[in-house]
Write a protein that binds this ligand. Structure first.
Ligand SMILES: [Fe+2]
Length: 499
């Protein structure tokens, strides 16, 4: 079978294996909703359900947002955790809501709107869950007949071609109106590619070229995408990978696509036996962390290197240099010893329980393509949601912005840090034990140091707060803050779009 035929098969069947359309009718009723309602920790606000859209409302602003921040900060995350008296069992299951923070002449207006995915529309209409989710098999639900039947568009957003794309891991991008957040439908890049996975962590080169991938779990195929700055598809193809991992993010250099593949491997037999998509994955540390490097120009040129087994969601950045011994790629990622966080911690929060997992640590990697040797240095620094200056994607970078500061008592992070990965030193702002820190992004400002923009859930006020810092003076605290009149459940990723 040719690669093109494989790709067609994947587009037609989706990345999930074809399954008999039985319903999970025999699953026992569960009491997760009652357990969550009865739980007492204040942090459970981070995993609370939103039942409807949030119309535009003006935030209370303290300080002044710099002119460079005139524009819109979009974020997204799971927000529809409950329906029909049942609660999902995993943080990543919930229907995606897109948040829109419009910053204009000292005012900040917030709006939140659920992405009207086919799944959400059908389930809200029915008043109950109809289809499986990433980590939950709801009672009476049906296995997915395609990835998009599970797609909840709840991970990230990408502005492209005048639209905002709401992204999920295993299915199509969903097109939104960036002004109203109205859902326009699934993105089809080319008719024969409809339904192929377009993952949630595309990388945008400084020239605007968009690179992305998708994992066809049941077919052992890694789909690659190259999209022009205007949103026109340049290339899409599939690369066969044996024992394909759960891959959430990747990195690019000026010349390479780089995939870290943790040994969390999809097992179709488990899925057929009724496991959720997540639970169909098996931790196989004997495979190590495979590193797949693909030539950006010629996707048939590939090299695989090996790192010790470990788990990750996110990479910061990668860049390449030519040395006497050949090409060397430098990259950083946030490494956990294993996948406990996704299997256990991110589940138990949904019933108000805190279960600690090995914390992700900022890790610096060197890949020597000449010798085929990969080495890594795990920094003694808890980190998640790594972001860099968008002008440095694929190029030499020095600073990574990330959440940090873990507490025993509750999930999440308490501080934001800007770490110099050459020296291993950080400047940080500690929001404190009452804050659940979300992803912060870097916003360039001409030749200056730029700004840092991000949200926290303030558990003391029970409100979500948007903060802006000078990027080179994080420790001085926010220069401006906008407090919403309500708390949003914790989200995942965001992007700032200048006016
Ligand atoms: Fe992510």
């Amino acid at each position: 079978m040719t690669r093109r035929e494989l790709l067609r098969l994947l587009a037609a069947a989706g990345s999930a294996p074809l399954l008999a359309p039985w319903a999970h009718a025999l699953a026992p009723a569960d009491d997760w909703l009652a357990q969550f309602d009865a739980a007492t920790p204040d942090w459970k606000a981070g995993f609370a359900n939103l039942s409807g859209d949030l119309p535009p409302v003006r935030a209370t602003v303290r300080g002044r947002f710099p002119d460079a921040l005139s524009g819109t900060f979009f974020r997204t995350g799971p927000a529809g955790h409950e329906l029909g008296g049942e609660r999902y069992h995993h943080w990543f299951d919930g229907d995606g809501m897109t948040q829109r923070f419009a910053i204009d002449r000292g005012e900040v207006v917030h709006q939140g709107r659920f992405v009207a995915t086919p799944k959400r529309v059908a389930e809200v209409r029915a008043g109950r869950r109809l289809t499986e989710a990433f980590g939950t098999v709801p009672r009476g639900s049906t296995p997915p007949d395609s990835p998009d039947s599970m797609n909840v568009a709840n991970i990230s957003v990408l502005p492209l071609g005048g639209e905002l794309l709401a992204l999920w891991e295993g299915g199509s991008a969903t097109r939104l109106d960036p002004r109203t957040l109205e859902t326009r439908g699934l993105k089809t890049w080319r008719p024969d590619l409809a339904g192929l996975p377009f993952s949630a962590h595309p990388k945008v080169d400084p020239d605007g070229t968009v690179w992305n991938f998708g994992v066809g779990s049941g077919k052992g195929l890694l789909v690659l995408w190259e999209v022009a700055p205007d949103g026109a598809l340049r290339r899409a193809d599939g690369v066969p990978v044996t024992d394909l991992s759960m891959v959430h993010d990747f990195a690019v250099t000026d010349r390479h696509l780089v995939f870290l593949m943790p040994p969390l491997i999809y097992d179709a037999e488990r899925k057929k036996a009724g496991a959720s998509f997540l639970d169909a994955h098996v931790w196989r540390p004997e495979l190590g962390m495979r590193v797949l490097v693909i030539d950006k120009k010629d996707w048939s040129k590939r090299q695989t290197l090996a790192l010790p087994a470990g788990f990750l969601f996110h990479l910061g950045n990668a860049w390449s240099e030519d040395t006497a011994g050949g090409t060397v790629i430098h990259l950083d990622y946030v490494r956990s010893a294993d996948a406990t966080s996704v299997f256990t911690s991110s589940r138990e929060v949904m019933r108000g329980r805190r279960v600690r997992a090995p914390e992700p640590q900022l890790t610096v990697v060197t890949l020597n393509l000449g010798t085929g040797l990969a080495t890594q240095n795990v920094l003694p620094l808890e980190a998640e949601f790594p972001r860099i200056d968008p002008r440095q994607v694929g190029l030499r970078h020095r600073h990574v912005l990330h959440a940090t500061g873990v507490l025993d008592a509750r999930p999440g992070f308490t501080a934001i840090a800007r770490t110099d990965i050459d020296r291993g030193t950080s400047e940080r702002f500690v929001y404190g034990p009452n804050a659940m820190v979300e992803e912060h992004v870097f916003v360039p400002d001409g030749l200056g140091a730029g700004w840092v923009l991000g949200t926290v859930l303030d558990l003391a006020q029970k409100k979500t707060v948007l903060s802006c810092f000078a990027a080179d003076a994080l420790g001085s605290g926010p220069v401006a803050q906008a407090t919403l009149p309500y708390a949003l459940p914790l989200g995942l990723h965001g992007v700032f779009v200048a006016a």
